[in-house]
Design a protein around this ligand. Sequence first.
Ligand code: FAD
Ligand code: NAP
Ligand code: NAG
Ligand code: NAG
Length: 431
Amino acid sequence: MKERVSVAVVGAGAAGLCALRHLALPGVSSVNLTATCFEQSPRVGGTWYYTEDIGTDKYGLPVHSSMYKHLRTNLPVECMAFPDYPFPKQQPSFVEHEVVLKYLEDYAHNFNLTKYIKFLTKVKKIRPVSDEGSKFKVNWEVTTCSVANPGVEQTQTFNAVLLCNGHYAKPLVPDIPGVNSFPGQVTHSHDYRRTDGCDGKVVVILGAASSGIDISLEMSAVAKQVYLSHNKPTLTTKLPDNLHQKPGIKRVDNSMIEFLDGSSVEADVLMFCTGYHYDYHFLDKDCGIVVHEERVTPLYKHLISSKYPSLGIVGICKQIVPFPMFDVQVRFFRSVLDGTCVLPSEADMNADTEQDFQLRLTSGLPQRHAHLMGDRQFEYNDQLARMANTQPLSGHYKQLYLATHLLRLDNVMEYKNRNFILDPTEVRVVK
Ligand SMILES: Cc1cc2nc3c(=O)[nH]c(=O)nc-3n(C[C@H](O)[C@H](O)[C@H](O)COP(=O)(O)OP(=O)(O)OC[C@H]3O[C@@H](n4cnc5c(N)ncnc54)[C@H](O)[C@@H]3O)c2cc1C
Ligand SMILES: NC(=O)c1ccc[n+]([C@@H]2O[C@H](COP(=O)([O-])OP(=O)(O)OC[C@H]3O[C@@H](n4cnc5c(N)ncnc54)[C@H](OP(=O)(O)O)[C@@H]3O)[C@@H](O)[C@H]2O)c1
Ligand SMILES: *[C@@H]1O[C@H](CO)[C@@H](O)[C@H](O)[C@H]1NC(C)=O
Ligand SMILES: *[C@@H]1O[C@H](CO)[C@@H](O)[C@H](O)[C@H]1NC(C)=O
């Protein structure tokens, strides 16, 4: 009889499905891993499970998905796919969100993952309970409830917990002087579904990352004028004639929005595309996880609690190729659970984390970019794979990520119409 390690997985989006694929399936591992996944919604797919709802859903839960009606991926599917499960051939490289949901459903089906998922079950509380006899010195009490019947709670104990609850669901809304005097609509991209109500209007969008740029482009097709307000370097790509860049917002006075350079516009709609907060409200404070200015600590390799290494969080890194990174992170977590990877001491893990953080600060990044990856992600993925003694990611992910980045910088309006050909020797852009 092998040693048994039971894992609770929170969430059945891309990260949670990947966790089940590597933790729940009977494998060759030296320990007997078993996994149970809790998912509050009725389906797999997480943020790719599109809904017209905003605010709260029919169970009174905050709507999780941030997808909008006409969203297409900002990475080619050849780059998005998990390493062991390609997207079906015969489709464009940049696809609609429905295609990604279907892909995740197919992935779950192919690996027989659904049977491990408890749907419509929300994790309400997780807390460590000490157990000197167990491998990691603690076990985890996971309290869940049925979303249809929140009064009915259940508590189960697991040897490990892997959080795959996503981090694009709790909007970050900046505090802007005078915003309450704005008479028009004030929204966040989390609640954006389509351009309805913006025909002929003057729209100000704050934040020029993926959401801000993409939604500005959608808006510019119907609005009178769109002002994309941001503090990043000016975008040099071609933009629609009615889409103008402005610095960040200084203040709002009724319908007048004043920017940091002193210029101002009279606007009808103000939309924050300012990103999201990490949200682990269901972790008891004894779990030891702290979020401060969008930095989550104490996490070794942005993944594993150095205090309790049987607690992991998948996918908190930003500006990444998500699915493949999740795959490496999950395999790393598995290798810690089954003993293939022996972690350094808690003090050494914390020193490593601090060094990574200080390097970021010295290179000019603010604290809120503690988990920002960009070009750093490839070395990070390789390092995790080495430490876990598991297969590294194929080099085509980096090639495609960098190629897409250049196409986007060059022409943000057109890049999603390009297609890639991936063959074993080279990545080519066609059309
Ligand atoms: C608008 C938008 C566009 C994007 N476009 C792309 C793209 O083009 N390409 C790309 O690769 N990535 C894209 N991403 C990134 C995307 O976040 C990842 O692709 C990926 O889907 C994240 O998966 P996840 O499992 O970490 O989180 P999620 O997909 O958010 O899944 C988390 C799951 O956890 C569940 N959950 C949360 N809390 C609880 C709880 N307490 N109890 C039970 N269940 C819980 C949720 O219901 C959800 O199902 C986009 C993201 C957004 C928001
Ligand atoms: N497929 C697609 O086309 C598509 C579309 C939308 C979103 N997405 C994905 O969805 C995820 C979330 O993207 P996101 O754009 O919503 O969030 P995000 O990547 O976190 O970006 C938020 C942006 O808002 C800026 N910001 C925050 N507060 C601000 C303020 N007060 N003033 C000015 N700017 C401010 C941030 O600047 P700092 O960086 O300086 O903090 C950052 O640039 C990403 O994974 C993204 O790839 C994909
Ligand atoms: C693994 O654990 C499960 C649940 O306890 C048990 O049913 C199964 O027989 C075990 N498998 C092995 C190989 O020990
Ligand atoms: C999924 O289940 C089917 C039917 O039981 C089985 O034939 C198949 O091998 C399983 N797939 C995996 C990846 O375990």
